[in-house]
Write a protein that binds this ligand. Structure first.
Ligand code: NAP
Length: 431
């Protein structure tokens, strides 16, 4: 924290164009070294190399996008309502930040915090997950090569995060905490930050509903379901967790999804034919297996998968579960694995109620070709993001984030920049 605090005085006054250039050079280096970075990420956390490449490209885009914004941070000048005075507002960097990131997207969850921090002139300490320190350390090397001054981005690896992080969160020199991870840990960190009224952003868990209406383009819905469910092997906060399909197309959808899921090849992420890598560890695989067993024991049908796969890793078969009862645990809990529960619905009001019946509110997917229905449904869904006939919602220029227990604050886009700026208002005595 000392290094980030000291570097802040220098970095906040660095020319915006220089900060922009650091980000742009970092983007270029990430793209140049895409193959090496992707191999490292796959060896570290298991996802297929093609997915690692997609993540690194997505991650690098935050540096490019925020590099373009670094030179556009502005303020406001206006006449006050009486006409007898002027109001000036300026936006300044919040100060030294602490970033805590998860293992599932080891680079992108870092760059979407580091990018806007550098763009605004903030410094930071970054703590990656214990399973994926190397990807973040590589990112640190790239930032250094791109000319990022010492002390601006400080990477701290740890295997006992609670003990190491709490004193940092309580450090009076810290001005902002941005966390991506589980709701349970997020809750604890909010409490720790409350003592010094720390500015906090929380990107927490999800339980995304995926709604398919009778007028949907079913080919697009099946394609969309495959990506929204299976990207990152299902280990994503935006992964579709529950499929609600109109009764007139539910069995056709489930059959087609099961056929596609059954064709996926499970194995080591370095094998070019593999579509689905291992889960991160045995604890995660056991949790996924328990959720599927819970549904099976309550009378659900396993259309495909539903079992561990032997091999050199924590593999679990891509799974589709139908005839899902109301009380199946995975309708309420984040699965974080390659399992797709499919339920049918008959009424729009029921499905909206079911979709909202969760503590989470990160993203929902809606498939319909009726624009009036689409907006009627979207306005009633309690989530921070919606994919309308769209299977991926994440973009560097979009405000990513949730409501309810999925957290608060946004990453990406202009909203993501404002998380690192504070407004100062100056009252001018100018008649
Ligand atoms: P996690 O256990 O909450 O860990 C996330 C990070 O917090 C890791 O760096 C971890 O370090 C650290 N951590 C754990 N306990 C801590 C403590 N007491 N004090 C300070 N830091 C602590 O989450 P996870 O299981 O790794 O990640 C999966 C979760 O992240 C899912 O719920 C997923 O939905 C969520 N996620 C959300 C988003 C989003 O943008 N909304 C994006 C990706 C993932 P260690 O590794 O050392 O334990």
């Amino acid at each position: 924290m000392g290094a980030a605090h000291e570097a802040f005085e220098m970095f906040r006054t660095m020319a915006p164009r220089q900060r922009s250039d650091i980000l742009r050079r970092s983007y270029d280096l990430m793209i140049e070294r895409l193959d090496d970075l992707a191999l490292l990420m796959t060896l570290e956390m298991g996802k297929p190399v093609v997915e690692s490449k997609a993540e690194i490209t997505y991650a690098a885009n935050f540096f490019r996008w925020y590099g373009e914004e670094a030179v556009r941070i502005d303020g406001r000048y206006s006449v006050n309502e009486s006409g007898a005075g002027r109001m000036l507002t300026m936006r300044q960097p919040v100060g030294p930040c602490l970033f805590i990131t998860p293992w599932n997207f080891p680079m992108a969850m870092g760059t979407r915090k580091i990018g806007p921090a550098i763009a605004t002139g903030c410094t930071c300490v970054v703590k990656p997950a214990k399973q994926t320190p190397l990807s973040m350390l590589m990112l640190g090397e790239i930032l250094e090569q791109a000319g990022c001054p010492a002390g601006v981005v400080n990477i701290l690896t740890a295997s006992s995060s609670g003990q190491i992080m709490e004193p940092l969160i309580r450090d009076r020199r810290l001005r902002k905490l941005s966390f991506t991870g589980s709701t349970e840990v997020g809750r604890r960190l909010i409490e720790q930050g409350a003592e010094q009224i720390l500015r906090v952003s929380m990107e927490l868990g999800g339980n995304a509903p995926f709604l398919i209406f009778e007028d949907a383009d079913l080919d697009a819905a099946v394609d969309g379901a495959m990506i929204a469910k299976m990207r990152n092997g299902g280990e994503a906060c935006v992964a579709a967790n529950r499929f609600y399909v109109h009764e007139s197309v539910a069995s056709e959808f489930a059959d087609r999804l099961a056929a596609r899921m059954g064709q996926l090849k499970v194995g080591r992420g370095t094998d070019p034919d593999v579509n689905v890598g291992p889960l991160i560890d045995e604890a995660q695989r056991s949790k996924v297996a328990e959720l599927v067993d819970d549904a099976r024991n309550r009378g659900a049908t396993i259309a495909v998968g539903g079992e561990r796969v032997d091999g050199p890793g924590y593999f679990y078969a891509p799974t589709v579960v139908t005839d899902v009862p109301d009380d199946a645990a995975f309708l309420k809990e984040e699965i974080f694995g390659p399992v797709a529960p499919v339920r049918s619905f008959s009424s729009e009001q029921d499905v909206i109620r079911w979709a909202n019946d969760t503590e989470y509110g990160l993203v929902a997917y809606v498939y319909t070709q009726d624009i009036n229905r689409a907006f009627g449904v979207i306005e009633q869904l309690d989530t921070g993001m919606i994919g309308l006939n769209q299977r991926l919602v994440s973009h560097a220029g979009a405000p990513f984030g949730g409501v309810k227990a999925s957290g608060y604050g946004r990453e990406g886009g202009h909203e993501g920049l404002h998380e690192y700026l504070q407004t100062k208002y100056i009252a001018l005595n100018i008649p």
